[in-house]
Design a protein around this ligand. Sequence first.
Ligand code: AP5
Ligand code: MG
Length: 227
Amino acid sequence: MASKRTHVLIIGPQGSGKGTQAALVAPRLGLVHVATGDLFRALMASEGALAREVRSYYERGALVPDDLTVRVLLSRLEELDRCDPDYRGVLLDGFPRNRAQAEALDAVLRERGDELVAAIHLVVPRDVLIERLSGRLVCQQCGATYHRTFNPPRQPGICDRCGGPVIQRSDDTPEAIARRLDIYEEQTAPLLDYYRQRGLLIDIVGDRPIDEVSRAILAALAPRLGA
Ligand code: AP5
Ligand code: MG
């Protein structure tokens, strides 16, 4: 039986840098980056009824229903248990996004005997978020994130990491961006108090250069992870 896992989650509005930071800091902390958005993008790359269902929510900027989201997350955790029984824990990006998902996560952790040790909250003003999302580019093959101005790939249109094609995400349209930010305010922002009351929330200023934000996250997590 593997020892108890220690997990961290990263929370913040769309464009605050959750995916960018999680990809940079997770390997430094010995955590596995698990992003529900990435799991859905992988699912949508396949064909079939489930892919079509996810696409119908995703492309409008709406949340995928909770029961399906929790199922997709659980199946990824089970896969990690099977493939890497000694992994330390996950850095959860994009989950939970509402009260029902937060309670589902608590139940999953209780059942597994795992612990959530921190919730990193990236704080970024709304005008900066819109600028970031409008210029975001992602690798269609490996999911690496870029920005036309702030963090462009070395060769235009080609991923530095894997050489795959770098494109705009299908939910980075002005309508879907506005909808996603509204849903964040209504459903996800109330979770900040949920984690603050338990002493888990750590506010990090996200409107700084990417490497400065990473350093702040690593410094804040070191005592909680015994790093
Ligand atoms: P998801 O993929 O999670 O997208 P999101 O929540 O909309 O968040 P983003 O990925 O847009 O923002 P981010 O904070 O990761 O920013 P990033 O690092 O890319 O979810 C997509 C969809 O899937 C949802 O809308 C929903 O349909 C579904 N879904 C996912 N999870 C779900 C759940 N739990 N329940 C239900 N449905 C779910 O950075 C953005 C840009 O800024 C990039 O271009 C980056 O290069 C740039 N940047 C980052 N940091 C900096 C910096 N410090 N300075 C300058 N530029 C920066
Ligand atoms: Mg992301």
